[in-house]
Each structure stands twice: as C-alpha cells, then as structure tokens.
Ligand binder design. Structure first.
Ligand SMILES: CC(C)(COP(=O)(O)OP(=O)(O)OC[C@H]1O[C@@H](n2cnc3c(N)ncnc32)[C@H](O)[C@@H]1OP(=O)(O)O)[C@@H](O)C(=O)NCCC(=O)NCCS
Length: 158
C-alpha cells in the first residue's frame, strides 16, 4: 500500500471489538457530530456482518470504511454486489489520500470475494470523489439521513 509522503499511513481490517469501537468513534465524530446524521441511522445492523477497515496515521485511527455484501443486485444489474459505505476520514487528515486508499482497499476486498460490482450512496458533495474512482451515478437524487445522496455503481468484473 502506498502511504502519502508526509504521514506514516497503515490500513488494516478491523480485528476485534476494540477496533470496531475505534471505527464507530470516527463515524460518530464525522457523521453524527460534523454532519448531524441521526445516531439511529448511523448505527445499523450491517455493522455486525460488514468488512470494516481502519486507517492509522502515526498509530492513531483516523479513517474508516466498510463493505457489505448485498442480498440481491441493484435494479438493472446482475450477479452479487456489495455496498461500500460509512467512508469517514477525520477532518484533520483529509486531502492526504486516505479516502483514496480506503476505497481502493475495500474494492480489493470486493474483488477477492468475487463480487460483480459495488455501489455507494454518495453524498452529492462527495460524488466527484467516487467518480474519480470510476463510479457512475444512477437514478435520481434522494434524501438519506437528511442529506442529498445519489446511488453510484462500479462494475468490478464483466
Ligand atoms: C469523502 C472523504 C472520505 C474523502 O476522504 P479524503 O481522505 O479527504 O480523500 P482523499 O484525500 O483520498 O481524496 C481523494 C480524491 O478525491 C477528491 N475529493 C475528496 N473529497 C472530495 C469531495 N468532497 N468532492 C470531490 N472530490 C473530492 C480529492 O481531491 C482527491 O482527488 P485526487 O486523488 O485527484 O487528488 C472525506 O472527505 C470525508 O470523510 N468526508 C466526510 C464524510 C463523508 O462525506 N463521507 C462520504 C459519504 S458518501
């Protein structure tokens, strides 16, 4: 994994309950405190079965994201799909490539599992981030947790 030039960055799969709590703490700061997403929405049952990643900078947990395998493909698609979500990097560490690395690692895991594609519910402001990674917006803008989102898809295998 390539680390940004100025910080020592390590991205790992969450290995125990303590690390899951670190990921949830980052999500609390970013989604609940910064973006005012209701806690009841932020925490869901998918956390128990998701593949979670943590990004550490100089040993401190500063970013997270998760992959959930979906029970059925999104409308208009075939195969087994995953949803990447809860991508969060602490404000102090944004724009250093952490989000790029988290997304790439989650896609690598999706490929390792043989998934056909992955989708995201992108906040409108962050759609550009996903588009640079090859995601294509589909369908209309919708509101989720009080924030405008659009679904975006990326095929991983033909
Ligand atoms: C979205 C988020 C995870 C990106 O993390 P990050 O570490 O700042 O991202 P990176 O530094 O890896 O930037 C990746 C690329 O996307 C671009 N980018 C980052 N945020 C962007 C945004 N909001 N809109 C458009 N482009 C964006 C960067 O310029 C960079 O482009 P480059 O690789 O050409 O330089 C982070 O901004 C965040 O935690 N936001 C708040 C939570 C959130 O909105 N999560 C997404 C929910 S859909």
């Amino acid at each position: 994994m390539t680390a940004p030039a100025d910080i020592k960055l390590v991205i790992t799969k969450i290995k125990d309950e303590a690390e899951l709590l670190q990921a949830l703490a980052i999500r609390e700061v970013v989604f609940i405190e910064e973006q005012h997403v209701p806690e009841a929405f932020e925490r869901d049952d998918e956390d128990a079965r998701a593949h979670h990643l943590l990004a550490f900078a100089e040993g401190h947990a500063i970013g997270t994201g998760r992959l959930v395998v979906l029970p059925s493909p999104p409308k208009g698609e075939k195969g087994t799909w995953g949803q990447i979500g809860r991508m969060a990097v602490l404000q102090s560490h944004r724009k250093h490539g952490v989000g790029n690395l988290l997304l790439r690692e989650l896609e690598t895991e999706a490929r390792r599992r043989g998934l056909t594609g992955v989708l995201v519910h992108a906040q409108l402001y962050s759609l550009g981030f996903y588009e640079t990674h090859g995601y294509r917006p589909v369908g209309a803008v919708f509101e989720e947790a009080g924030i405008d989102h659009v679904e975006a898809h990326k095929k991983l295998s033909p």
